[in-house]
Design a protein around this ligand. Structure first.
Ligand SMILES: [Fe+2]
Length: 304
């Protein structure tokens, strides 16, 4: 079984958006997009990925959040169109979780915009164990062959310049039940969330960008012998063990144009044998021709 891991699509579409919509937290996001021109997010890079997913015969795709930039309806509609119609990813083949940008404003969060646009993708195979969050029903479980993919939402609205995430007590409690469920227990657990679970390099970084309740998540996984824990958020390909028992892997931004090869547009691939044993991991990195890909190891690194 081959799983592809994409992240941080950051698809931008401001078609028909009134300037009044920027008179809130989005004002900083808007200038951020304008100023950081070097690190452009390109939808063509995401489209190129669709072709490579087909060439590699990928069984399942996981997208770990930040689908949009400012959680506008136009961005969600565009992102949904790219995902469903251009990448042709069906709910059967895709697990998607939100990132902090998908809960960019309190309004987008309260209105459940992410959940509305991706409702059919958020259908869980163990719906009785999901709780209703503004971002959708989570945890979302997809039982696929010998693998159990469990998507979590860490997206909560924050003050400007804060990108931290939080699962919340209810979701952590629900996850405890999910990992104990026999259908999950007999499979290899693949956890997908936007924020890294690794301890951030400083307490300031933890407060600004980290997963606030990472300790609670690790406690919920206390009895878990092994798992893959997949995240985005850092816009960098990264691999390191977590708590000695888990492989902790980050995908870079799928749309990012960047001079640093560990950050430039890429996705990760993970393979499993028929018993669910984790066999291999690598990154597919977009070449300069913007069509072909080179295979590279996922760089071993830490958040620092
Ligand atoms: Fe993020």
């Amino acid at each position: 079984m081959k799983i592809a891991h994409l992240s941080d699509l950051h698809l931008l579409d401001l078609t028909g958006v009134s300037p009044l919509r920027f008179l809130n937290k989005r004002i900083s996001g808007y200038f951020n997009l304008r100023i950081r021109r070097k690190h452009i997010h390109r939808v063509d890079y995401v489209r190129a990925m669709g072709k490579q997913l087909d060439r590699l015969d990928i069984d399942h795709v996981i997208i770990t959040g930040d689908i949009t930039n400012m959680a506008l309806e136009s961005e969600f509609a565009f992102a949904r169109d790219v995902i469903a119609n251009e990448l042709e990813l069906t709910p059967e083949r895709l697990t998607i979780v939100p990132g902090n940008h998908d809960a960019y404003t309190r309004g987008a969060y309260k209105k459940g915009r992410f959940a509305a646009y991706f409702s059919e993708y958020l259908r869980s195979d163990l719906p009785e164990l999901s709780i209703k969050l503004p971002m959708g029903p989570f945890p979302v479980v997809k039982l696929r062959g010998a693998v159990a993919i469990v998507g979590l939402s860490t997206a909560v609205p924050q003050m400007p310049f804060i990108a931290a995430g939080e699962l919340g007590h209810l979701q952590v409690t629900a996850l405890e039940k999910v990992v104990m469920h026999p259908e999950v227990k007999r499979r290899t657990l693949v956890l997908a969330l936007h924020h890294p679970v690794e301890a951030p390099p400083s307490s300031l970084k933890a407060w600004l960008e980290g997963l606030r309740d990472r300790d609670a998540l690790l406690s919920a996984l206390a009895m878990q012998p092994h798992a893959l824990v997949l995240h985005g958020h850092l816009h960098r390909r990264i691999s390191r063990p977590l708590d000695r028992r888990f492989a902790h892997l980050g995908a870079t931004s799928a749309s990012l144009h960047h001079a640093d090869g560990a950050r430039h547009s890429a996705f990760n691939v993970y393979t499993f044998d028929d018993e669910g044993k984790f066999v291999d991991q690598w990154s597919e990195v977009l070449e300069e021709d913007q069509k072909t890909y080179r295979r590279e190891a996922v760089p071993e690194s830490t958040w620092a």
